[in-house]
Design a protein. Sequence first.
Lengths: 176, 101, 662
Amino acid sequence: MIDWAVFAVAAIATLAGALGVVLSTHPVHAALMLVMTLFAVAVLFVAQNAHFLAAVQVIVYAGAIVVLFLFVIMLLGVDKSEDLAAERLKGQRPVAIVAGLCVLSAVLLLARSDWVSGARSTAGSLGDGTDNVQLLARSLFTRYLLAFEITSVLLVIAVVGAVVLVRRSGPMELDQ
Amino acid sequence: MKVPGAWYLALAAALFCIGAVGLLVRRNVLVMFMCVELMLNAVNLTFVTFARMLDDIGGQTAVFFVLVVAAAEVVVGLGIIVSIFRRRAGATADDISFLKG
Amino acid sequence: MLEAVWLIPALPLTGFLVLLVAGKRLGDPRAGFLATAMMGAAFLTAVIVFFGLMGREGEERVFTQTLFTWINSGSFHVDVAFLVDPLSITMALFVTGVGTLIHLYAVGYMHGDEKFPKFFVYLNLFAFSMLMLVMSNNFLLTFLGWEGVGACSYFLISFWFDRPTAASAGKKAFITNRIGDFGFMVAMFLIFGTVGTLDYVPALAALGNAPEYTASAIGLLLFLGAAGKSAQLPLYVWLPDAMEGPTPVSALIHAATMVTAGVFLMVRINPVLGAAPEVATFIAWVGVLTALFAATIACAQDDIKKVLAYSTISQLGYMFLAVGSGAYAAAIFHMVTHAFFKALLFLGAGSVIHGMHDEQDMKRMGGLRKWMPVTSATFIVGWLAIAGVPPFSGFWSKDDILLNAFDKSPALWAVGLLTALLTAYYMTRQVILVFYGPEKWKTAARPETPAEAHAEPEHEPVAAGAHSDGGSHDPAAAHGAHGDFKPHESPRIMTIPLVILAVLAALGGLLNLPFGGTPLEHWLEPVFGHNLRQVASSGGAKLVLATLAFVTAVLGGMVAATIYRRHRIAEEKVEPRILQRAWLVDELYQKTIAHPGRALSQWLASVFDAKVIDGAVNGVASLVRAGGSRLRVVQSGFVRSYALAVAVGAVAILAFALVRSL
């Protein structure tokens, strides 16, 4: 019973937040709606015994990424409201909405009753949910070690890239 | 009784579609980026659901990597946005049309 | 002995190659002597082969020598091979014989010309081509020689090519010949298509039994080729202009040999004509009408060479009359005698021109008998031969033709007789104007001294006559005497051939005397078989016709004497402008063919090519550009549009998957 209630609340929060992101005029409002979505998704993670991931979701996504968004909003001064009613590109909106609905219905129809059709436990069992961190760590550091290492390199690259991108290329001060 | 995975998957699909439509409809670059994050979250939810349904830790590992990469992507993406839109205030995605043929 | 036949064309070919490489070094006159020696050697070889052939009997007199395979492509097989039979060896004999004499003459005539060696290069090449033409055993090799003589004719007519009239005369000859060559080529296609081979022996045997329309088509097409090469109506127009070339060229190519190639071809294909009697009649009429037409023009020409040119066309007409009447032996007989007396007349004319320091207008000559005795004596022999005065050769051969023509159709005979009258008339006129009468060159103002002739390349136009120029490039000008002008006899190297030819012209009748057993006709019989006309007239009828021919000749001569010697009738009355202008045929061709052709080319170049063809090409480009501009719109630069396209694509894929899974 309680599971359903949790699911229902989290689901509504997710969708509401998503709609809020899409429909908010002000970017800051959109960012805050995004936070709501992220929290709701974290709740759904917990409900599915992915505790570690829920924590990481909140810390990294809601805590860092959205904060970054807000920094940039402040930096660029994009606090002016966007006129949602006007659409420059003809047909963009209707086609987009139709496409979205089509995708949704197509996915739902495609699945119908059999959502899952794969081999079970190829990378290891989930266990009973109490040792989620250990199991995840084990999988990460054995089976997916290479991916892990590459991802860490990726992070370094991202940092370097960010610094290079944002640097103002002013005149070099040489010794005159 | 646990909620069947199908519901989660349906929810993830809906979240994905909202994110996609938002990406296509909004003009503000940052909001478009946020819609991308919505889509990524939908994918994460799907992975976790499948991990539960198939009793496979690999799904959660995938989410881990998606998360990391999404973070890196946001960093670089915002860096780009800052460097392009620094000069013009109130610029939208439609203003960058240099690829016009 | 017969195996030596390949040497006959090989010797002039060697001469050609040697002179091509070393001609300049050999120089004047050694290059000329080398060429003459080659021709002489070829003649001797021909004599040897002739005796070899004579050693065989009747039907055995056919010998083929294959050198190598030329084309071997599927069912199409052509060899370089020689066919030695009475016809080809007769042709080879007089080509090489007369050719040697003319080569010798040319050594004297061209002395002093700066392009002396090159002249003999061309002459030997011509000899090679002509010999290949007559000695080959298949149509294609003959065609090779055919084209070769046409090309050499072009080279030699426009030998002094810095004279614009000479250059255009060469072009005219080549292009008119080409029209005929087209007929020859299509005929070859037809022959190959019908019979499957181009070799004479099997092809002619098969064509003799071919259906009439095939034989007629082939006969007509080959006659088109012959008409071009042998200057019959309507393709004769190049021959008078060809007189721009040096006189030995006129003698060799345009009198004795090349122009007879057409007649030779017709004689060679006598089985085809036998199977297509209508075509034969047509040929006879074209021939005799050409003869009459050309004779009328010759009566009013003032240039000594032009008279002889039209005379050649006229005599060739007689040969075709013979061919059309089935009298192939008579045609060959007349060809041989004509070679003798026409070459003689041309070389004599050259001697006159040489002796008169490049004067070619007969109205400025006169009384040359005193100054150039050998030339005038030999020329008179030639005159008597061509006019048809017995016992000179021309009488016998012309009479033979007229007899066969009468047997075929009296109408043909009548036109032929009229032409004979005119022939006697204009030749007598020529002899009187040149060798008798007052010495007009003393009283008439000389246009310029030879010194001036060098400075000014164009002579003032000589009165009347179609485009005749004094030969200002003629090497004889080098001999120009300053001060008092006196004509002089030519050097011995030029007069010796004249004498030899005069003897041949006088005695040539012996080849085929009707009461001497007609040796030539018997010799050539195996080639003709049943196609040769057998005249059914009695001996008395033949005698009457012969007498009529003789009387006509005398009559023509007397009329000419009345006008030009005794001046009973004014000259102007008998030389109307239209005859002098050759019935305005050249002008007619210009108007009906040349001008519309040029206009068509202009139209094609400026309208069709520029607008239609270029338009099509440019149109494709514009179309592509227009298409590109339309498609450009898709590239709006808006990232969101691109994203939308991606989304729509994704929808499409999902829909496809959905449909598949249903």
